[in-house]
Design a protein around this ligand. Sequence first.
Ligand code: HPA
Length: 270
Amino acid sequence: MYNKLMQCLRSVREKTDFVPEVALILGSGLGDYADGIEIVDTVDYSDIESFPVSTVPGHRGRFVFGYVEKTPVVIMQGRVHYYEGYDMKDVVLPTRLMGLMGAKKILLTNASGGCNPDFRVGDLMMITDHITTGVPSPLIGPNIDELGLRFPDMSQVYSRRLHQIIRSCAQECGIDLKEGVYVQFTGPNFETPAEVRLARIWGGDTIGMSTACEAIAAHHMGMEVCGISCITNLAAGISKTAITHEEVQETADRVAHVFRELVTKIVVRM
Ligand code: HPA
């Protein structure tokens, strides 16, 4: 795996020598965020040797390098999902690669279904912790000693320092930011109402199909991690209607302008 990562890194380095400080993985609705920054370089995933390529419509596949104000960033435009059929190690390969490119901090965003009854469709939730009981750990397999420990501590995956920054940025944007626990399931099917009740009993506030695995891989290699989830729908059983990808996309697009403003504020200060 380390050799594969190094091959990817060499492949990227043949195309750009840009060194990012912050890595961004942007979920539904924020796919075009990168188009609004000062772009220095782009590298298509398909041009990186051994790199997993996304198959989901609407997810573009490339790294965008550039500046959000003065902060050098790398944006993963289009993430890789476990439900596409990749091994979990490949799902987090891009996260690790961005870390190896030099990014010390990472901001993860996603769309999710709210299982906390106090949440409303369109709410933004700062991820304070996560549950990945429903998916394999990306750290299964031989440990990559060059990156981190065999048995890494997960008591504080999401940085307290970044929490403070996110709270104050949200306040400045006039956003009523929620906070809570993100539960990752595999997808691609949405959950049953019984699975949603389970997630709630576990202590989850919102459910999605990404992010937590990326947070584990990033934390493992010592990156400072934070994440924000857009509640695009109420989870199954709480929602009075069937959940559709269109509903998820529609809410994500509707909230995108506020989310974008928040992301910019956070990145500049993180
Ligand atoms: N469940 C899982 N993933 C999701 C959901 C959901 O309800 N909404 C958006 N992503």
